[in-house]
Design a protein around this ligand. Structure first.
Ligand SMILES: [Cu+2]
Length: 127
């Protein structure tokens, strides 16, 4: 059973990766051996990547696609950290929430994986 955090009002179960597309007006995060959206190549863990910037009060849709051969967690502090969310290899997950709190929130993989260090410094910036 998936427990939906209060601020997340659409939360779809994982689907085969074929369905993995950028949500309209939203954001696509690819998890693979290079981290989240090639975060390893963008200086992780010393630099934040990916960085998703949104306006406070806006509706934010994120699809996380797991292109790796191992499961990855996907959490956003405050917004999505009340449960362990994991996406199996070859699956994707889409969720939508209202960015109701201003600030910087860490996007991170929350389960053990071999590229964990490259998946700890994503950033959601709510302005
Ligand atoms: Cu991971």
């Amino acid at each position: 059973m998936v427990i939906v955090p209060a601020s997340v009002y659409y939360f779809f179960t994982t689907q085969p990766k074929k369905t993995c597309v950028k949500p309209q007006g939203g954001y696509l995060v690819i998890a693979d051996s290079q981290g989240f959206n090639d975060s390893k190549l963008h200086g992780a863990p010393f630099k934040d990547w990916p960085i998703i910037t949104v306006q406070k009060g806006s509706e934010v849709s994120i699809t996380i696609c797991n292109d790796d051969n191992q499961a990855h967690g996907f959490q956003i502090s405050h917004y999505l950290d009340s449960q362990i969310i994991s996406v199996a290899p070859g699956e994707s997950l889409t969720f939508t929430f209202v960015a109701d709190k201003q600030g910087n929130f860490t996007i991170y993989c929350s389960i053990f994986c071999t590229v964990h260090i490259f998946m700890q410094n994503g950033l959601l910036v709510v302005r």
